[in-house]
Design a binder for this molecule. Structure first.
Ligand code: GDP
Length: 195
């Protein structure tokens, strides 16, 4: 996809603020710091449209970015922040579950996993929940530049095994630093939205 225009639309705190134009939505989920904002910026060739390292505590906002008149990226709040209270976590769960289960324009969830480490318990629980509810997933292994090329396959295998990943889910190796995986990820997205 050629990105001609990319625009921050809204930090939505509830369904009444979601866009009503029915453009396909590509959601991003992952632990805080996994690289969601950096991925959005890389995908749209902007340094700083999506805020990187956003503070924890914003547990109930969906950040919408419109790309051309083709789609939205929807940045879900990161999970797995130790500082966040149990009540906050529960709120996070309800809010995100609502979105993922009932948001009709949501066509694909990019489940982002740091290539360097085996998926955490939170990652595993998230993946299992997504599969259980039939959410279409693309696994994105982030920060690939931080692992030597010769070890990529080993790390990918650990991710797949730990998540018990479905063989039919695409997995894209990605680096926001080098741009690796960008074209491949665009083609997964395009295919999914029938672009
Ligand atoms: P978010 O909390 O998931 O939105 O994560 P950010 O995009 O803010 O990234 C968290 C930190 O990881 C920042 O310091 C980024 O610069 C860094 N980071 C993100 N993606 C990459 C990557 O692909 N390679 C490297 N080396 N660092 C990255």
């Amino acid at each position: 996809m050629k990105v001609n225009q990319a625009e921050f639309i809204i930090s939505a705190v509830g369904p009444s603020q979601y866009p009503v134009d029915a453009l396909p939505e590509i959601a991003l989920a992952g632990r805080s710091n996994v690289g969601k904002s950096s991925l959005i910026n890389r995908m749209i060739n902007r340094k700083n449209l999506a805020r990187t390292s956003s503070k924890p505590g914003k547990t109930q906002q969906l950040n919408y970015y419109r790309i051309n008149s083709d789609l939205y990226f929807v940045d879900l709040p990161g999970y797995g922040y130790a500082q966040v209270s149990k009540t906050e976590r529960e709120k996070w769960g309800k809010f995100i579950e609502q979105y993922l289960m009932h948001r009709e324009p949501m066509k694909l969830l990019l489940h982002m996993i740091d290539l360097r480490h085996p998926p955490s318990k939170d990652d595993q629980a998230m993946y299992a929940w997504l599969k259980h509810h039939g959410v279409p997933i693309c696994i994105v292994a982030t920060k690939a530049d931080k692992i030597p090329k010769g070890k990529w396959q080993k790390h990918i295998k650990i991710i797949k095994e730990t998540l018990q990943a479905d063989k039919s889910d695409p997995l894209v190796l990605f680096s926001s630093e080098t741009g690796m995986g960008k074209e491949e990820l665009w083609s997964v997205i395009e295919q999914r939205i029938g672009y």
